[in-house]
Write a protein that binds this ligand. Sequence first.
Ligand SMILES: [Zn+2]
Length: 397
Amino acid sequence: MSVSPDIPRMKRDLADLVALCTENPPGRETEAASYVAARLSEAGLDAVIDEYEPGRANVEARLSNGPGPTLVFNTHMDVVPAGEGWSSDPFVLREADGRLYGRGTCDCKGPLAAMLEAVRMLAAERSAWSGTLLAVFVGDEEVGSKGARHFAAKRPPIDFAVVGEPTSNTVYSCHKGSLRPIVRVHGVPAHSGTPHLGENAILRAGELLGLIAREHEQSVRRRTHPLVGEASLTVTRISGGHADNVLPGACEMLLDRRLVPGENEAEVKAEIAAFLARAQSELGVRAEIIGFKPTTGGATETASDRPIVRQSVAAAAANGIASPGPFGFQGACDLVHFRDAGAEGIVIGPGAALYGAQGRRIRPRRRIRRCELDLPRHRTPDAVGMTGWCSCCAGLR
Ligand SMILES: [Zn+2]
């Protein structure tokens, strides 16, 4: 493309987006959605805000430019809560030592600012490409992916998806999924002075913990994928008891099951239920799944030999990324929902996930100097190519 990114404008966009608090929970993406929709409308797109719940919103914008494939630019507007320990106001973008600081600069308002600029460039040079460009910026990716699920449920006709997340501008063609069952372990309450009259649910949970560790080692982690590695099963929260002198009658634990591409959420749920049944038969531990915490969703992949993966890797390499991938993302992200809607896709964006997880810093200034996306005129899947990005990132979930 002959047009170039407007770096000062991108920084202004990023500063404006950082200033709009979209901490999730609770989310509150509507203000950011209005801002983004206004920028997309200015660029000549037909932009609409889809408020799928009060205070929760997606932005959908379309740029039709003749025959060809439909490509989606997607990232999310919500951010994880800022927390403590910032050296400056997390909602005021600050530039120092070649870095930009602020809540969400990495994950994912930096990628969002980059995509906005890429959309402007494509809108300004329509003779360079043919097809339909969708900009779909969603809410709630950090908790339950309500925004992406809502969009995908409409079964939009889409061919390709480019999902913005902090990957240091390398290409991720797959990611893990997550499933979080809440398990209640049952006991029989009694006075702690006469424990033989009851059944201590916390001690029972301790026995179950041993089985969980064994299940992970002997079964779950043996399910592997060449790019994301091993599946896993562990426990991340536990609570039980209600009085100092009462034998607890119940104990609840939160399991964290990470899925690899090829695993099915429904099948894994059934496996966990069967595991708990085995715990009862082997140890007499009475435990049941009483619910599931919301997660971003399941695992997915686009095969490494698919055109969008190959083109994206080639574009990253052509723009100076020494090891462009494709890699596998250890966290979960919204690509799975666009895959479910029928698109092939990849994840790419500026900023390192590690930095994002720490929630403090974003990529060097030089990286913001390139933000360009090429959509050649062909209609084939090979028509999608990317070169360079800008902005910064967020955290693993
Ligand atoms: Zn993100």
